[in-house]
Design a protein around this ligand. Structure first.
Ligand code: ZN
Length: 191
């Protein structure tokens, strides 16, 4: 847009130069007394007036094009500024994302480190069962029994079921009837 207008401006510029050169040539011829015939003289004067008018009109046109160049340049500047602001935001977001990924990786490593000693002390048979359930239950094979509710599937156990669990020996494996996860008894189980 700006480029097109600049080309247009140059074209008008060169038109103005051409018309002015012709005016100079005509004037010189008259000044040097090369035009003697009154009819030619009159024709020449007419031509000078018309050249003058043409110059004025071309110069008006050029001014208008220059204004349009300025407007187009401002529009371009505004787009460039929008682009710059968006890119700046993109860079900042990318950096923030990378930082968060780094933090989460560190947390992942630290939780993995926590898991190891816990897993090491669980009897092999229970571990095998836990892993079997875990495969089908989104990575977690046990659920805390909390206030009479399975923490895995939110099933509420009725009083009769809770009574059975309450009487069960502490080393008996209790599982949720709904989601099959191993139910972990705690002080907050509601037993
Ligand atoms: Zn459940």
């Amino acid at each position: 847009m700006v480029d097109d207008l600049t080309v247009e401006q140059k074209k008008i510029d060169s038109d103005v130069e051409q018309v002015k050169a012709r005016r100079v040539r005509d004037r010189d011829r008259m000044d040097q007394g090369l035009v003697n015939n009154p009819k030619d003289l009159e024709r020449m004067q007419h031509e000078l007036v018309s050249l003058e008018r043409r110059i004025t009109s071309l110069e008006d046109e050029e001014l208008e094009v220059m204004e349009r160049v300025e407007e187009a340049q401002q529009a371009l500047d505004s787009l460039l500024e929008q682009l710059r602001a968006a890119d700046e935001r993109l860079v900042a977001l990318g950096e923030a994302r990378d930082r968060q990924i780094l933090e989460m990786d560190e947390e992942l490593t630290s939780v993995q480190a926590e898991r190891e000693p816990a897993a090491a002390d669980i009897p092999a048979e229970l571990m095998a069962l836990y892993n079997r359930i875990r495969e089908h239950k989104g990575g977690v094979g046990a659920a805390a029994l909390h206030a009479g509710e399975c923490g895995g599937c939110r099933l509420s156990l009725d009083n009769a079921e809770l009574a059975v669990i309450r009487k069960a020996p502490s080393d008996e494996i209790i599982r949720c009837e709904e989601c099959q996860r191993i139910l972990v008894r705690t002080f907050e189980s509601g037993l």
